[in-house]
Design a protein around this ligand. Sequence first.
Ligand code: SF4
Ligand code: SF4
Length: 339
Amino acid sequence: MGTVPGDDTCDTSNKIKIPLITNIQRYSLQDGPGIRTTVFVKGCPLRCPWCHNPETQKTLPEINYNVEKCIGCAKCAEVCPTGATYIEGEGTDSFLRFDRSKCIGCGKCVKVCLAGAREITGQSLTMDEIVKEAMADRLFFMNSGGGVTISGGEPLLFPQFTLELAKRIKNEMAHLAIETAAFCRWTDLEQLVEHVDLFLIDLKTMDALKYKKHIHGDLDVILKNLENLLETKASVRVRLPIIPGFNDSFGDYEAMVNYLDQIRDKIESADILTFHSYGEKKYQLLGRDDYEYRNVHSMTFKPIKPLVDMLTEVGFIPGVSLTVGGLIGVNTMGSASGK
Ligand code: SF4
Ligand code: SF4
């Protein structure tokens, strides 16, 4: 299990290492039942080429630079301690340059940018601050059967943090979900079982070679973790991100359906998440030109209809144990005091 992430998440003084947080998103409707607040951690061991949250991939802070908002005042270049932001040329022939390889994410340029052209992704928060913000919508949780979801990035890249946050949220009597690709050590996932009400597990493909080559993960580890999790009788929804040209062929659908049919009685549902292009702008702001799905349109229902039909044929029930689009409605177990 040497290549499975999660080994170096505690510092030497044994304190819990808290990851940077890219967002604590309130009124989230697609990360579990009801109205939720989703905590996005920064850092992921996988590299899905279609990722629509690229700001959550790296663990270090990054600068979003929106050229369209820049008024060319050059204040950022004056304060940049590393020369990452600098002026090239003189007078009317001068240009503002940003060499991201020299950027240490100190945020000094963000503070002086009055135009709002720069912002930092990845906030350093204390556990108390995260819990306070995550629980700010407690009343909405109670009325909608919602709660808190820990997402990312990959929460299991920070197993001790995720465990501690899970305990704190459960102490607040809120429903707790965790969104994970399950590419982690089983022991890290196992320790969460008694604190988590719902696991949202991503299953991106049943093709191990494709998983390794394009996503940089190990499908065997993921399936073993999923199966171990089901043995514990944990509540699990399997999420199927369907991506044009990656896993939307008949063969891909068939492999997914065959597998899901075997575990159908042990999972709450299969949730189909169709590709959307909302992340494209984020790549631009991060200065990344490696987004492979540039100009690819968001998916419609038509290409996933065969998958819906195949899942229905093996017994998944649309609207109950089969959903499309991420909305899964209210928690029918009530306002989720949890386990
Ligand atoms: S974050 Fe710091 S190092 Fe990076 S460009 Fe801004 S001032 Fe320079
Ligand atoms: S401080 Fe902001 S507005 Fe001024 S040059 Fe830098 S990025 Fe542009």
